[in-house]
Design a protein around this ligand. Structure first.
Ligand code: PMP
Length: 446
């Protein structure tokens, strides 16, 4: 392997969600990004197989986004987020609401997906309280869910590693539905598995155990992204929706990954034909160029909270961030949505879905691969773990992919991919073939 162009002092930086000691022995340093490619400090050109961290559907350095940011900086670099807002922030909220499923017509801005999740949980509790149901405070998440790293998010989340250090601090009163991945029933399914809708009935059991009147909300990623593209069985989300409606429980879709086109529709809610009461979003809204997140909320939830504010001057919802609706990410988001419209971006993602599906499933039969999943422009493969060395083989696959010119995402023994929507079909095919060769190479490492 070539050496890096210049040594980097890595001693002070604590890398998030990274095995830091392993990293220092196997550093990965990126130097630039353009279109669907990163360039690293070894001079390698790497196809961006995960669109950054699922956040760069338009690839990198689109000049239209940069120009919008510069212009906004010249015009107004910041606007206080409380008691006022920039004109463009109002219009961005309207624009996002127009893209969302009918009825979700209010937007609360945050800076990240984690904040969006914690905001949504607070809105759910606030709503029930103003509706006279103050006992509805319990939350229901799902095993293997990722909802960010706020205390609310890790509480409803289902990734053991993210929770176990903080157990006693997590919000009380949270239950978890089972995840829906069952390899004996659905390994190598293309798209949605047929088996498994009945797993939604577990929700009825939790409701029966606690009484519906204690439960505020169910939160789910329509497709579980960070833990390896776990696709909901056919009919599963519909059943969850029915049970929530029956018991007056709010349904929150965490669409931080699935929102803004990843599933070949504006939101996963559209693709699955299931409308939740709130949608959290982040990532793609600014193409990952600058942080922004938010919550789409059913209009009457907003009306109920606002309407119960009490005195004329009272603040109805004591929550917000200094950078909620910040003008610069707002400008970036407008530019991104302009590009979505002018370049028919969501349909491009949709057109690439079969290319990714075929490319990934062509790897079936390779030694070491336990499962292959795909939905929208996202997919994952599960590797046979090396006993006692969780995730090591997947890290080897990542390294072998980099040597061959592509970046993928590793989570435990799972490798996830989600290429930019601007990818050419042959680039998606290249990604899949690199992944296959990298698995072969990693299987040889003992
Ligand atoms: N929810 C989901 C579904 C996510 O995938 C993520 C990030 N991967 C988050 C929340 C957290 O977003 P952030 O890292 O922006 O806080």
């Amino acid at each position: 392997m070539s050496s890096p162009s210049k040594p980097v002092d890595m001693s002070a930086y604590w890398l998030p969600f990274t095995p830091n000691r392993y990293f220092h022995q196997n550093p990965k340093v990126m130097q630039s990004a353009k279109g669907a490619y990163y360039y690293d400090d070894h001079g390698r050109k790497l196809f961006d197989g995960l669109s950054g961290l699922w956040c760069s559907p338009l690839g990198h350095a689109d000049p239209r986004i940069g120009a919008a940011i510069s212009k906004q900086y010249e015009t107004m670099d910041y606007c206080p987020a409380f008691q006022m807002a920039s004109e463009a922030t109002f219009s961005l909220a309207s624009r996002i609401a127009k893209m969302a499923p009918k009825g979700l017509d209010k937007v609360f801005f945050t800076n990240s997906g984690s904040e969006a999740v914690d905001t949504a949980l607070k809105i759910a509790i606030g709503y029930h309280r103003v509706m006279g149901n103050a006992s509805r405070v319990r939350m229901i998440g799902r095993e293997r869910a990722y909802h960010g790293v706020g205390m609310g998010g890790i509480s409803v989340g289902g990734m053991v590693a993210n929770r176990k250090m903080f157990t006693s601090l997590m919000i009380p009163g949270v239950d978890h539905l089972p995840h829906t991945l069952n390899l004996s029933q659905m390994a190598f399914s293309k798209g949605q598995p047929i088996w498994g809708a009945h797993l939604a009935d577990e929700l009825e059991k939790i409701v029966a155990l606690h009484d519906a009147n204690t439960i505020a909300a169910v939160i789910l990623e329509p497709v579980q992204g960070s833990t390896g593209v776990i696709v909901p069985p056919e009919g599963y989300l519909q059943k969850i929706r029915e049970i929530c409606t029956k018991h007056g429980i709010l349904l929150i879709f965490d669409e931080v990954i699935t929102g803004f086109g990843r599933l070949g529709a504006n939101f996963g809610a559209d693709r699955f034909g299931v409308t939740p009461d709130m949608i959290t979003f982040a990532k793609g809204i600014t193409n990952g160029v600058i942080p922004m997140g938010g919550v789409l909320v059913r209009g009457d939830i907003y009306d109920s909270i606002i309407g119960n504010g009490g005195q004329e001057q009272a603040i109805e919802f004591f929550h917000g961030y200094t950078y909620s609706g910040h003008p610069i990410p707002t400008a970036a988001a407008h530019a991104v949505l302009d590009i979505f419209e002018s370049d028919d971006v969501v349909n491009r993602a949709k057109a690439l879905e079969p290319v990714l599906e075929n490319g990934l499933h062509a790897l079936k039969g390779k030694s070491g691969i336990l499962d292959i999943r795909n939905f929208g422009l996202s997919g994952a493969i599960d590797l046979e773990p090396v006993p006692g060395k969780l995730g090591l083989r997947a890290l080897k696959v990542l390294e072998a992919c980099i040597e061959r010119g592509a970046l993928v995402r590793v989570a435990g023994d799972c490798i996830a991919v989600g290429p930019p929507f601007i990818s050419k079909p042959e680039e998606v095919e290249f990604l899949c073939s690199v992944l296959g060769d990298a698995v072969d190479a990693a299987m040889k490492v003992k």
